[in-house]
Design a protein around this ligand. Structure first.
Ligand code: ZN
Length: 408
């Protein structure tokens, strides 16, 4: 792919994504496979006045070896220097850019119990630091094609062609092919904001989902919920865009307010393994039954990681005619697939989806039934005949989605 595209995407991530301010620090998480692109990100950060940029490199094949050979005890260890690093981060509040290029089933066939258990153990130690940074930092996730991911998406092509073709799709879905990327994004952000404001004005009590695939679900919304979209504001008062691409308008479901059945409409890459054609049954907010044609094991292991993983943390509205879906490509990457159609997420909710979250204490969050979890897993449920109705507190019905797309 040509350097111009790298440059544009890097500009977008730094200027619109994290919206870097002079003298801020940045941590970039990326794999070595996309080092050439990461160089553009680092350059753009410094040119925009970053005080310091650090890249945390990884590589799927090496991560796989660690998971395969280390004992659960070793994988669960949090060493003193790791805690010191987190402590330091709570003081500096660096911006974070995640460059995702992972192979959707890089960890297929591994002992996922061991991996999950060690993640839970590490999370217990790290949580106090994560909580201190939550909502204070600007962060963004972008994706670039690695050969291993690209050849999974386009198995009929050779490596070079597959990477090229995936870049083209990324350009289209991130609107990098429509002239000035930053300007195009400002328009897109304004469009999504208009939708989230309409949803907020309705102040709904609950939503119902119906589709011909069998989905029949009722989701009560958190009282005092706020619908958010592409642009969020950190507690430091700095605006940022957490996902690129993004098409979603999202909020918080009420923890114990979900009942019915929902069918997945796209495969899910979960902890490096693919889960396909699955179905959840909910009772009083809890996933009480799970069925899947493929990947049931990893799905159940993930749901069992903690009590809250079986409850929803996010409801997101994305029209079925989004540019991502219109490419007709199954990306097998959450960043793209979650922005292709409506989705839900099981596990952790987002605190900023509650009105007045800025002044709420941990106790307050507990009291309102905030779902806190080691997981936050988006799964896709949108289809071309999905109908979503909203009901306000007077019992008045509003058509929100008809035939899979926005009706308001
Ligand atoms: Zn989402």
């Amino acid at each position: 792919m040509n350097q111009k595209v790298y440059e544009q995407y890097a500009k977008l991530a730094v200027n619109v994504g994290i919206n870097l301010q002079p003298n801020q620090e940045v941590i970039v998480s990326a794999s070595c496979e996309c080092a050439e692109f990461v160089e553009h990100i680092v350059k753009e950060c410094y040119e925009k006045g970053a005080r310091k940029v650090r890249v945390e490199w990884s590589q799927d094949k090496i991560s796989r070896l660690h998971m395969q050979y280390q004992t659960e005890e070793v994988m669960s260890e949090v060493l003193p220097w790791e805690e010191e690093k987190m402590k330091h981060m709570t003081k500096v509040i660096p911006c974070r850019i995640y460059v995702d290029d992972s192979d959707p089933d890089a960890f297929a066939g591994l002992d996922m119990k061991k991996v999950s258990n060690s993640r839970v153990a590490r999370y217990k130690v790290m949580k106090k630091y994560i909580d201190q940074m939550e909502n204070k930092d600007q962060w963004t996730i972008i994706a670039v094609p690695s050969p291993s991911w690209a050849t999974k998406v386009f198995p009929e092509l050779d490596e070079k062609e597959a990477v090229e073709k995936l870049w083209e799709a990324i350009m289209k879905t991130t609107r990098l092919d429509q002239g000035d990327a930053v300007e195009t994004w400002e328009k897109h952000i304004a469009y999504l904001k208009e939708k989230s404001e309409k949803m907020n004005a309705l102040n709904l009590d609950y939503l119902t989902y119906k589709a011909s695939n069998g989905t029949d679900l009722r989701i009560k919304l958190q009282p005092n919920h706020v619908w958010l979209s592409a642009r969020e504001t950190s507690l430091q008062g700095i605006e940022f865009s957490a996902n690129m691409p993004t098409e979603e308008v999202f909020t918080m479901p009420k923890r114990d307010g979900v009942d019915g059945v929902v069918y997945s409409t796209k495969p899910l890459s979960l902890q490096g393994q693919l889960v396909e054609n699955f179905k959840f049954t909910f009772e009083k907010g809890k996933i009480v039954k799970v069925e899947a044609e493929k990947g049931l094991d990893v799905l159940e292991t993930t749901l069992d990681m903690d009590e809250s993983s079986r409850y929803l943390g996010e409801v997101a509205l994305v029209p079925f005619n989004s540019p991502i879906n219109e490419t007709g490509i199954l990306f097998s990457n959450t960043l793209f697939d979650e922005n292709a159609c409506c989705h839900l997420a099981f596990g952790a909710a987002f605190k900023n989806n509650i009105k007045g979250y800025e002044t709420m204490s941990e106790e307050d969050f507990k009291e309102v039934g905030f779902n806190d979890s080691v997981n936050h897993v988006d799964f896709m449920i949108g289809s071309e005949d999905l109908e979503i109705l909203g009901y306000d507190f007077d019992g008045k019905e509003h058509v929100i989605f008809k035939n899979g797309i926005w009706a308001i």
